[in-house]
Design a protein. Structure first.
Length: 387
C-alpha cells in the first residue's frame, strides 16, 4: 500500500536525462534551477531535482525546523550540539554551521550528546537532547545488575534555552535536566496538545533493566519541567511485534529491542495526532518507523493511543540499497503545501552506526488520515514545492 505514490513520482522523473542512477554519493545539490519558482510538476522539463543523502558526511538522528525563510538542522555529533542553516531542505553541504552548545567536561551531560531537537515553545528556543556523564561506562556496581554491561544506563534528557527571537543569533545555555526518575532516558521530544505539554522519550521499565527500550510519556508544566511523578509515568509502547525486535522476531532475551526516536506528527488536513517512532535497533538494517495515533482525549491514558501493529510504516528498501531507515523528523516545503520527512539511513547495512547519512523525501497522507510514506531511496526527486 505504500508503493503507489512513489511509482507515480518516479514515472514522471524518468524523462530526465541527468542523474537517473541511484548513487549513494549523490551530492545533495539540486540539479536544474533550484531558484525556479515556476510550476514543478513531475512532467515539467525544467523541474529541479535533488539526490540523497542531503549532507555529505556521516550523520544520524536528524531534526529539521523551518523558521522565517530558513531550514535549521541539528543531528547527533556526540560531542556537542551543532546547528546548520540552509535555504534549501535538499542541500546541507557548505551551509552556515555553528556549535551552539559545547558541554564542559566532568558534567553528567558531557558525553554522548544524542538526538538534539530545536523547538520553538512559548516564544523561546529550546534544544532537548540526550547525554551521559562518561561515554557509557557504568561503574562495577551497575554491572552487577546486568548480565553484561548495561549500555547507556546513565543516559538522561537535558534542555538548553536560547536567548532572543532568532535561533541563529540566540546564545544557548543549560536550563535543566528533565526528570526521568534517575532512569535511562534517550531521544526525548515534546508532544504539544490541547491539554498541555508532554515529554515522550525512550525508557526502560526499571533503572537497571538494560532493555527493552519502550516509549514513555510524562506531563510537563513548562519546556524544562516534568510535573508527573514516577507512578504517573505511562509506558505508551513496548517493542512487542517481531519487526520491533532485534534480531528480527527474537522470542527470548529482549535486550536491544527498541522503541525510540518519537516524533509528533499532525495531519494538517484532519488534525489527527500521531507519534512516529523508530523500532528495532539503530545499527541494524531492520531499523524502521512505527506509528502510534492518539485516538482519545488524554495523552496520559494508554487506552487513548492506537498502535499500528501491522508493521513498519517506513522501512528498508533492499532493491534500492537503502537500509536501517529511521529516526525521522518532519517539516514542510517552503510554500507550506507539502509534507517532508527527514531521516537517516544506510547504504551499507553491515557497517552499523558509521554508515548512516541524512536524507529527505516528500510524503503524503492515506485516506484514513495516517501518513503515507514513500519507499526510501536516493532519487533524483523533485525539490520541495516553492524551492
Ligand atoms: C556514484 O557517483 C560517483 C560520482 O559521480 C562515481 O564516482 C561513482 O562511481 C558512482 N557510483 C555508482 C555505484 O554508480
Ligand atoms: C549526576 O548523576 C548522578 C546519577 O544519576 C546523580 O546522583 C547526581 O546527582 C548527578 N549530578 C548532578 C550535578 O546532577
Ligand atoms: C503521584 O501523584 C499522584 C497525583 O497527584 C498522587 O495521587 C500520588 O500519591 C503521587 N505518588 C507519589 C509516589 O508521590
Amino acid at each position: 500500500m505504500l508503493f503507489g505514490g512513489i511509482f507515480v513520482l518516479l514515472g514522471g522523473l524518468s524523462s530526465f536525462v541527468y542523474g537517473q542512477s541511484t548513487n549513494q554519493t549523490g551530492t545533495g545539490t539540486a540539479t536544474g534551477t533550484s531558484t525556479s519558482t515556476s510550476t514543478t510538476s513531475a512532467t515539467a522539463a525544467t523541474a529541479a531535482t535533488f539526490t540523497n543523502p542531503v549532507l555529505n558526511q556521516v550523520g544520524a538522528d536528524p531534526w529539521v525546523i523551518r523558521y522565517e525563510g530558513y531550514y535549521y538542522m541539528t543531528f547527533t555529533t556526540s560531542s556537542n550540539i551543532q546547528l546548520l542553516r540552509s535555504k534549501f531542505l535538499t542541500n546541507w553541504n557548505n551551509v552556515d554551521r555553528k556549535t551552539i552548545f559545547q558541554p564542559s567536561p566532568g558534567m553528567n551531560y558531557s558525553t554522548d550528546l544524542w538526538a538534539p531537537e530545536l523547538h520553538h515553545l512559548n516564544g523561546k528556543w529550546y534544544v532537548i537532547f540526550t547525554a551521559d556523564p562518561n561515554s557509557d561506562s557504568p561503574p562495577p556496581e551497575v554491572d552487577m545488575y546486568c548480565d553484561y554491561t548495561c549500555p547507556a544506563v546513565h543516559h538522561r534528557m537535558y534542555v538548553i534555552e536560547g536567548s532572543g527571537d532568532d535561533p541563529w543569533s540566540a546564545s544557548f545555555s543549560m536550563k535543566a535536566q528533565l526528570n526521568t526518575y534517575d532512569q535511562f532516558a534517550i531521544d526525548g521530544t515534546y508532544f504539544q496538545h490541547d491539554t498541555g505539554l508532554y515529554h515522550i522519550y525512550s525508557c526502560w521499565y526499571r533503572q537497571y533493566d538494560g532493555w527493552p527500550a519502550n516509549l514513555c510519556i510524562t506531563k510537563m508544566s513548562n519546556p524544562w519541567t516534568v510535573s508527573s511523578n514516577f507512578s504517573e509515568r505511562v509506558i505508551l509502547s513496548v517493542p512487542s511485534n517481531p519487526w520491533e525486535k532485534t534480531p528480527y522476531g527474537r522470542a527470548v532475551n529482549i535486550r536491544l529491542s527498541s522503541n525510540e526516536g518519537p516524533q509528533q506528527l499532525t495531519n494538517p488536513h484532519t488534525g489527527q495526532q500521531f507519534v512516529i517512532y523508530s523500532a528495532a535497533r539503530s545499527d541494524n538494517r531492520n531499523y524502521c518507523l512505527g506509528q502510534l495515533e492518539l485516538v482519545g482525549e488524554d495523552p496520559m491514558n494508554v487506552q487513548d493511543w492506537r498502535k499500528n501493529n501491522e508493521g513498519c510504516v517506513f522501512y528498508q528498501n533492499p532493491m534500492g540499497e537503502t537500509y536501517g531507515v529511521g529516526h525521522a523528523s518532519f517539516t514542510k516545503s517552503p510554500d507550506g503545501k507539502e509534507d517532508w520527512i527527514v531521516y537517516h539511513g544506510m547504504q551499507d547495512p553491515t557497517n552499523g552506526w558509521g554508515a548512516r547519512t541524512i536524507r529527505t523525501q516528500r510524503f503524503t497522507w492515506n485516506k484514513d488520515g495516517a501518513p503515507k510514506f514513500p519507499r526510501p531511496g536516493y532519487g533524483p526527486y523533485e525539490v520541495p514545492s516553492g524551492q
